[in-house]
Design a protein around this ligand. Structure first.
Ligand code: GCB
Length: 605
């Protein structure tokens, strides 16, 4: 069980939250001398940097952009005297990829994993009615004992460098908001919900976890603030008459209020918006509220100019506007859980999320996207260090599910992206990963993983674990692109026919397909990289999708162009975006809009 609550930080009658976002002191630690030189009491220099943000793209020096190793942040925070007697926490939305938090010189907590929140309990070390110092040592090295996987090399000139086994730039830092929190000593720690719909009415089953013995009360408020159901006790069922269901692109949110009471006295109060909906896989259908849905949308990234992977509230807004404009209804949080605010927005806008844990890079290659198409196999899960990796992976799943389980938008868990599955050693690894997700999720949402190009009907040893089979396929791009596209189509259909013959009776979705396209290039007749070729590629691919009844969704790669490691296969990043990195449409956006606006929600019912 996780030591700290993963609930989103909020101010309520009993809780206080102060944002610590802003300019923090910043310092690279090239020689790894920070601890020895006592940086936990204060870091050297006067350099300041924004939080939240990735540190890489602010600077003009390449040595900073590519910097790999330890780097430190520092700021001061004031703790009001009236908070004495409460639990005082510093809550980090994310620190990529690992961090140690020092307050007033004392190491309070360490956290591994760069895309999920953690808290430092500073109750016993803070000074009240005065300023306190927080120093955070962050490290962005990649290895194969943590996710995402990769390696760190040292160049002959002594500089370290990240070598990701994945295709996005290794942005790092305090990339999400930091909050100072004051909580009651006895508080709501966690809650789980599950839904059942009976005609016009609904049942909301719940379990609340607190860290004390006092009584718990629940209230469910409708959008107007009227209480529509209430119940006492840490476990039970809320009965809702004439329930408004949370529907695709037509969300209705209730507000769940959880209180801990000592007789008439309020000890703690926590509130969260929730949506009443069910999710289920039945045969080859994905059912929302019992009705089949066809997914259309994107694999995305948290990625934008200047702030890198730092949470950017303006980009979030623009992305949702573009997704609405184009007629999308879903996205996958490739390749890591996104900032919590993005799920809140999806809850409001009625988007379906496939929530992905940062288990990417489990096909050992610096160019996995290319090499998987050549049939290359790597014995990734046979390493001596695999048990250590598995532990980190399971921990990330636990944190992700704890953080995201109560968002109505989250309809499936993606537990790995493009792992090596052609070797028996993967099987026990997968079993643990899939079993844990099922155990932790009260709603038992469908689980999936994205299959890489060499995970084929006759080579993949792990697809049986998936409730939804999710394929990443690039026929006509990495395989037989350009004038050979007719061969690509044949090979694609051959693969789909082989899946069909397996009669798996499960829904298939495409979690990736796409072609790199430069917004600047037009060419008639088409060549690869031109906008015309992106169109041809999609026409072919969509025709294949439309030919198979069991294909129940398409999430194109990628929503927008994004930054990657530099190399001969990437032109200042990956250019498979339907939109540019600045969030303007390529030509294909208009074609996709036409297709998606005309596909019924229950397409292939
Ligand atoms: C993939 C990966 C994704 C890459 C993409 C590509 O299979 O899952 O991270 O960016 O291919 O464009 O090569």
């Amino acid at each position: 069980m996780l030591e700290h609550s993963m609930l989103y930080p909020k101010t309520t009658l009993t809780r206080r939250r102060i944002s610590m976002d802003g300019m923090w002191k910043f310092c690279l630690d090239e020689k790894a001398v920070g601890e020895k030189e006592g940086w936990m009491d204060g870091i050297p220099g006067e350099e300041m940097i924004p939080v939240p943000a990735s540190f890489q793209d602010f600077y003009t020096e390449k040595d900073i952009r590519e910097y790999t190793g330890d780097f430190w942040y520092e700021t001061d925070f004031f703790v009001p005297g009236e908070w004495e007697g409460r639990e005082i926490l510093l809550r980090f939305g994310a620190a990529t990829h690992r961090a140690g938090v020092y307050v007033n010189g004392i190491l309070i907590t360490e956290h591994e994993g760069g895309f999920l929140p953690f808290s430092a309990d500073v109750t016993t070390v803070v000074r009240y009615d005065s300023y306190n110092k927080v120093v955070v040592k962050v490290n962005n090295e990649l290895n194969c004992t943590n996710i995402p996987c990769g390696e760190t090399i040292t160049l002959p000139n002594g500089k370290k460098m990240s070598k990701p086994y994945f295709d996005f730039f290794n942005y790092a830092g305090l990339q999400r908001s930091v909050y100072l929190l004051a909580l009651p000593r006895e508080s709501v720690v966690d809650f789980d919900l599950d839904y059942a719909i009976h005609g016009k009415n609904a049942e909301v089953s719940y379990q609340v976890r607190t860290n004390g013995e006092h009584a718990v009360q629940l209230e469910l408020l409708d959008a107007e603030g009227n209480c529509v159901a209430q119940k006492d006790g840490k476990e039970g069922v809320l009965y809702v008459e004439n329930a408004h269901l949370w529907q695709v692109r037509n969300a209705y949110l209730y507000r769940l209020r959880i209180r801990i009471m000592d007789g008439e006295e309020l000890i703690d109060e926590y509130e969260q918006e929730i949506g009443i909906r069910t999710v289920k896989v039945e045969g080859t259908d994905i059912l929302l509220n019992g009705e089949p849905v066809y997914l259309r949308g994107f694999g995305k990234h948290e990625d934008s100019d200047i702030v890198g992977r730092g949470f950017n509230i303006g980009i979030m807004k623009r992305d949702f506007e573009l997704m609405k404009w184009i007629g999308a209804n879903s996205f996958r949080t490739s390749h890591y859980p996104y900032s919590e605010e993005i799920y809140q927005m999806a809850d409001r806008e009625g988007f379906l999320i496939i929530d992905e844990v940062p288990a990417v890079g489990m096909f050992q290659s610096l160019m996995n996207f290319m090499e998987a198409s050549t049939g290359k196999q790597t014995a990734f899960f046979e390493k001596e260090t695999t048990p250590v990796l598995l532990k980190a992976h399971l921990r990330a799943i636990e944190e992700m599910i704890a953080r995201d389980k109560n968002h109505p938008s989250v309809v499936a868990w993606s537990l790995l992206n493009e792992p090596e599955t052609t070797n028996e050693a993967a099987v026990p690894y997968f079993k643990e990963v899939f079993d844990l997700a099922n155990k932790l999720d009260m709603q038992k949402r469908p689980r999936t993983f994205a299959l890489i190009m060499n995970s084929l009907p006759d080579t993949c040893k792990c697809y049986q674990f998936s409730d939804i089979i999710a394929l990443n396929r690039y026929y006509g791009w990495y395989m037989k692109g350009g004038y050979e596209i007719s061969v690509a189509e044949e090979l694609f259909r051959k693969e789909m026919n082989a899946w069909k013959e397996k009669k798996l009776n499960k829904p298939f979705i495409f979690t990736e397909y796409g072609a790199d396209t430069l917004a600047s290039e037009h060419k008639l007749p088409s060549v690869m990289w031109s906008q015309e070729y992106q169109d041809e590629y999609l026409k072919m691919t969509h025709e294949v999708f439309d030919s198979y009844d069991f294909i129940k969704g398409e999430q194109i790669w990628n929503f927008a162009d994004f930054q990657t490691t530099e190399g001969i296969m990437r032109v200042n990043g990956n250019k498979k975006g339907v939109f540019t990195r600045q969030r303007q449409p390529k030509d294909i956006a208009y074609k996709l809009k036409e297709r998606w606006e005309n596909l019924p929600l229950d397409y292939k019912k």
